[in-house]
Ligand binder design. Structure first.
Ligand code: HEM
Length: 184
């Protein structure tokens, strides 16, 4: 998994809990990389999982809450750090449909060792979109956070819920997005 994802996690953890907690997390987690990440490097995603679990223990914050908050912050950071991948003048659903078909494809061209999830979209109608996440990594909660970050970015243009037709898991989940405003 790309280092940018790790760097953003450490930044979020420091902003939310402070450097002392982050140091304790790094010192008490088994990390083959030694806890030093560069944004272009590639690291085992298990290191990220190990750090989030440890942070959850130290701060007594439920793991799903940490993963979701992390994803929500990560969205804005990705938009800032990788602006070349952002199609312009799209409405929120066009943007979301472009993640799998364009944004993540471009990410993979730039970083051939990146491993992206599948994000399949079913457009029920103009105001109702189903998005199906699947990945070999257990980051469904991060995906949910990223979508919340995306809703923030589009000024709350849609509401998000877990679609109840499926049995959600950390590797596979479906979300329902309902548009709240026209042409946002
Ligand atoms: C709502 C919008 C998005 C969702 C739901 C989403 C979902 C995800 C998830 C869940 C991952 C973690 C890997 C996995 O679960 O298998 C990921 C990785 C990644 N995404 Fe996205 N993403 C979104 C938007 C973006 C945008 C806007 C960018 C770039 C501008 C981006 C670039 C990346 C990169 C660089 C990775 C890391 C790949 C790796 O480490 O190998 N994503 N995405």
């Amino acid at each position: 998994m790309k280092g940018i994802i790790f760097c953003e996690f450490l930044e979020m953890a420091e902003e939310a809990f402070g450097i002392v907690v982050v140091d304790e997390m790094l010192e008490t987690t088994e990390l083959p990389s030694g806890g030093i990440y560069t944004s272009v490097g590639t690291y085992d995603h298990q290191e990220l999982i190990a750090m989030v679990i440890r942070l959850s223990q130290i701060t007594k914050t439920p793991l799903p809450d940490l993963l979701q908050t992390y994803g929500q912050n990560l969205f804005g950071k990705l938009m800032e750090t990788l602006p070349q991948f952002i199609p312009q003048n799209q409405d929120c659903f066009e943007f979301i449909k472009a993640i799998d078909s364009y944004i993540h494809v471009e990410v993979e061209k730039l970083y051939p060792d990146a491993e992206l999830p599948r994000l399949r979209c079913d457009e029920v109608d103009d105001n109702n979109l189903l998005l199906h996440y699947s990945s070999c990594r257990p980051f469904a909660k991060v995906a949910e956070g990223l979508l919340l970050g995306c809703a923030d970015y589009f000024n709350n243009a849609f509401t998000l819920s877990v679609a109840d037709s499926e049995q959600p898991s950390d590797h596979e989940i479906s979300f329902q997005l309902l548009r709240t405003k026209k042409s946002a």
